[in-house]
Design a protein around this ligand. Structure first.
Ligand SMILES: N[C@@H](CCC(=O)N[C@@H](CS)C(=O)NCC(=O)O)C(=O)O
Length: 213
């Protein structure tokens, strides 16, 4: 049996993606909560000092996309990608808008830099966040509405890679009190996912390190 250990934190969008995929594939894993990214010990696991990292039978893999693709290769059933090559490419394109274009410029370390180094205030940082969020979500909403077939989820009648990226991003946007009403298709998919155990178990508020009141 494969030993899977996920280094993450309750509020870690990229880690939440991986948790969802692990759950969709019915894989058991050990959850290791990372309290401090600056710890030299964590840099030994992920030299980039970012979460998540997945240890798999003693080997460490970083970057959520690489981890999710690896899980798909090692545990192909149930698949998180459609079989049709064009749909498969569409799923990856959808996921990449979030993982390559949006998340890297809106995440914690970027916001910290905007505030600490460039001296942007809270209002300006929120403007930044909301601007790039709106650019990305608008394009994703259009991508879905242009699909010739309407599925229950983004590109299939079951959730996979696209939803594993979308749902944590929607959680993140809600934390920043963003108005999401301009994205009805995304909201519909998000709401379908939130009914599923695989997504519920990956949510920040049910993780063991979620702060108690
Ligand atoms: N592209 C990376 C992004 C990883 C990343 O930025 N993780 C964030 C949390 S979602 C992090 O570790 N942030 C630490 C910080 O901002 O200080 C991936 O997909 O794994």
């Amino acid at each position: 049996m494969t030993m899977l250990r996920l280094y993450t934190r309750y509020q870690n969008s990229a880690g939440q993606r991986v948790r969802i995929v692990l759950n969709l594939k019915g894989l058991q894993y050990e959850y290791v909560a990372i309290p401090s990214l600056s710890s030299p010990d964590y840099r030994k696991i992920n030299p980039q000092g970012l979460m998540p990292a997945l240890e798999i039978d003693g080997c460490v893999v970083t970057q959520s996309m690489a981890i999710m693709e690896l899980l798909e290769e090692l545990f192909p059933e149930p698949s998180i990608l459609p079989t049709d090559p064009v749909l498969k490419a569409n799923v990856r394109a959808f996921a990449n808008v979030i993982t390559s274009d949006l998340h890297p410029i809106n995440n914690n370390r970027i916001r910290r830099y905007l505030g600490d180094v460039l001296k942007a205030d809270e209002t300006e940082i929120r403007m930044w966040y909301r601007h790039w969020l709106s650019e990305a979500l608008t394009s994703l909403e259009l991508q879905l509405s242009r699909q010739p077939t309407r599925f229950q989820f983004c590109f299939a009648d079951r959730p996979g890679l696209a939803e594993a990226c979308l749902v944590p991003q929607m959680d993140n946007a809600r934390r920043f009190e963003c108005d999401l009403s301009a994205y009805p298709r995304l909201l519909a998919v998000d709401s379908e996912c939130r009914k599923l155990n695989e997504f519920i178990r990956a949510a920040p508020q049910v993780q063991s390190d979620y702060p108690s009141l």
